[in-house]
Design a protein around this ligand. Sequence first.
Ligand SMILES: [Zn+2]
Length: 490
Amino acid sequence: MSSIFNEKLIFPQENGKDVELLVNGDEFYSRYETIDGYTAIYDSDIGEFCFAEKVHGCLVSSRITIDRKPPKRIKRHLRENSDIRRKKFDSRFTLMQPELSPVLPFDTLRTFGPNNGLLNGRRVSMGKVIGLTIIVEFADVKSAVTKADVESMLNDDSYSSHGNHCSVREYFSNMSNGELDYANDVLGPITLPKNRQFYVNRPFFADVLNEIVAQGIELSRYDSLGEGVIDAISFMYAGRTLYQGWLWPHNHTLDWSSNGYSSNFYQISSLGLDTDGLSIGTFCHESGHMLCRFPDLYDYGKRDGDFQKSAGMGRYCLMSSGNHLDSGKTPSSISAYLRDLAGWPKRVKVNSPKKYEIEHGDYSSVYIYETDELNEYYLIENRHTKGLDSHLPSSGIAVYHCDTLGSNEHQGGTPTAHYQCGLLQADGHLDLERNQNTGDSGDFFDDVQGIALSHDSVPSTLLWDGSDSGLSIKNISKSEEKMTFEVVEN
Ligand SMILES: [Zn+2]
């Protein structure tokens, strides 16, 4: 899932000029505001954004387009009542999860990992995987980005075009320590018969796949496990990202089959206006769901019983909001928690009291402090502001409190409702849980003399049930590519 927090974005309109709006939300539920704070709603009868007004708690179009002066009766920052928001979210979520919704409570699906911390579903996170990426154009919007541009961004070695840190293939090869080789064939463009706005409300996925098959492709190439299932389908559509309906970048299941092969998960994102807009961040984030079944590590803030928003892992993981760093061109690394769940690195146990050395960018190992609970443990990682972590707000040693049974929807930190991966923020401010920011310079441990973490430090290393985990860390060196810390007896 791909979330937007108060970002200024440009929207095309069928019968009007492009407009700039502030957007909050995701593919399930979103709200748009004009720059001066009036809630806007796309009125498909008029083909333009109109001022919203509230009727019985529900936002409806006033039929007054936002290029005009808002009438006095319309207030700024209108929001729908929470039960209506929840119903809309739930119905869209159910619609987009046809295969999974009967099995799982959908309200906790994407931040809760029912499968040992991961989402349910087929995983292809090891070995050689060839994804199928299809470029899609509309009757009214053609792409200025070529197939060769996309092929390079997805597959090239030493890729650095348009400011990107690496290609998608290099990103996953690096993160998985060479365990996952994810390349993509790029096909198309397929030109759809109608204008782009039509496809906001009507998915084109099956039509495009049928067209690709009609052109004659060998689907067996895209089934790395030999199960008759296509591993990874990515649609990239022409033009800038449209944060509306089915064109909102997302990843879901798709019920489609042909010649003995069926689809499973797909993702969709845009190509951007031109090659300057090409960025790997969101493609990598959605691929993290699709290939590895990683859950989101941010907080949707709109689930049953938990309408409070928090920042989850903030900018510190690709699967939180780290995919947006440097305009998506240098997404942050995948935090040790998820790399470990994917089974990519080897585990280095740090339960014995001694001094340990830990290196930034060594994705071949994770440092783990085990507790008596199998599902609950601590991971320690050196996140120096270099490489994929260049744009992090903090530099130093990160300590994560992990519980594969938790959910990053739950910021409360109680025994029964807490994150599945929470950063023990060194400054003790809990800014991520309190939704104060998505990370700041005080979050990692850097140059600490004496005890940095223990059962009675702030933050502490107490387990979620309040008992002592036994983890105490002292003498953390200055933030460098190679750092040291000492695990000591409690
Ligand atoms: Zn996501």
